[in-house]
Ligand binder design. Structure first.
Ligand code: PLP
Length: 246
C-alpha cells in the first residue's frame, strides 16, 4: 500500500466512525435503537482502491448510482469480500437485468415500467429483489420519483402502487426520498416527515407489503433523517470526501 492510500484509509476510517457515532446519538436522542439504522456508504465515482479503504474500515452496505460504473467495482470486489450493493440512482429500464444480477437492494424504483422489467428479470434468474419506491415529496421539478407532495391526492397513487406490490418477484420494503438541497439541514425535516406519513398511508392501505424501510438522509442531513425515522441513510461525501468527477 502506498503512502497516499494509507492516508486515505485513515481519514475514511475516522469519517466512518464519526458518522456512525452521529447516527447512534441521533437515534438515542429520539428513543430509537441504533441497530435499526443501516448506513449505506455511497461510493459513486470513487475508484476501486478508495472503495477498498472504506470496506477495510468496516463498511458493508455500499451505494452506487450508475450501473455501468459500478459493475466493474462489484465484479472486482466480489472475490475479496461480501458486500451488499444498493442501487440508489435512477435506473433506465434497459439496465434492469444488470440490477437484478448485481444488487442486493434497489432504493430508486420510480416507475411501473421499471418495476415490471425488474420483476421479469428477477424471475428469470430465480431471485426476489427487495425494492424501495422513490418519492418526490417536495414538488421540486428536477427530482426523480413519483410525485407525492400533495397529500390530498395520495389516494390516486394506490392503483399503481398496488400493481407493483403484487409483482411476484419484487419485495416492496419501503420508501426512499431525496429532498431539495438546503444549506440548513433543518429545512429537510418536513420532507422526511412527509415521507414517513406516506409510509403510514401505504401501510394502512396496502398492508400486504412490508413498508418498514425509510431510505432518507445524506451527508448534510442524515442526523435529521434519523430523528425522523430513517432506517437507511445514504452517506457519501461525509465519509469518502469530495467526489472526483466521473
Ligand atoms: C450521491 C447521493 C447520495 C450521497 O450524497 P452525499 O451528499 O455525498 O452524502 C445519497 N443519495 C443519492 C440518491 C445520491 O445520488
Amino acid at each position: 500500500m502506498n503512502k497516499l492510500q494509507n492516508e486515505y484509509e485513515l481519514a475514511i476510517a475516522r469519517n466512518l466512525e464519526d458518522v456512525q457515532d452521529k447516527i447512534f446519538r441521533s437515534a438515542r436522542k429520539t428513543g430509537r435503537s441504533p441497530e435499526d439504522i443501516k448506513l449505506v456508504v455511497v461510493t459513486k465515482t470513487h475508484p476501486l482502491d478508495i472503495v477498498r479503504c472504506v470496506i477495510a474500515a468496516g463498511a458493508r452496505y455500499l451505494g452506487e448510482n450508475y450501473v455501468d460504473e459500478a459493475e466493474e467495482k462489484i465484479h472486482a470486489l466480489r472475490s475479496e469480500v461480501q458486500c451488499s450493493w444498493h442501487m440508489i440512482g435512477h435506473v433506465q429500464s434497459r439496465k434492469a437485468r444488470l440490477i437484478c444480477e448485481h444488487y442486493q437492494w434497489t432504493h430508486s424504483l420510480d416507475s411501473l415500467k421499471l418495476a415490471i422489467r425488474l420483476d421479469r428479470f428477477a424471475g428469470e434468474i430465480g431471485r426476489k429483489l427487495p425494492v424501495l419506491l422513490e418519492w418526490n415529496v417536495s414538488g421540486e421539478e428536477s427530482k426523480q420519483g413519483w410525485s407525492a407532495w400533495d397529500e390530498q391526492r395520495w389516494g390516486d397513487l394506490l392503483a399503481e402502487v398496488s400493481l407493483i406490490v403484487d409483482l411476484p418477484n419484487l419485495l416492496v420494503r419501503g420508501l426512499m426520498t431525496m429532498p431539495p438541497f438546503f444549506t440548513d439541514a433543518e429545512q429537510s425535516r418536513p420532507y422526511f416527515q412527509r415521507l414517513r406519513r406516506l409510509q403510514e398511508f401505504f401501510a394502512q392501505h396496502l398492508p400486504q407489503a412490508s413498508w418498514q424501510e425509510l431510505s432518507m438522509g445524506m451527508s448534510a442531513d442524515f442526523e435529521i433523517a434519523v430523528q425522523e425515522g430513517a432506517t437507511l441513510v445514504r452517506v457519501g461525501t461525509a465519509i469518502m470526501g469530495t467526489r472526483p468527477n466521473p
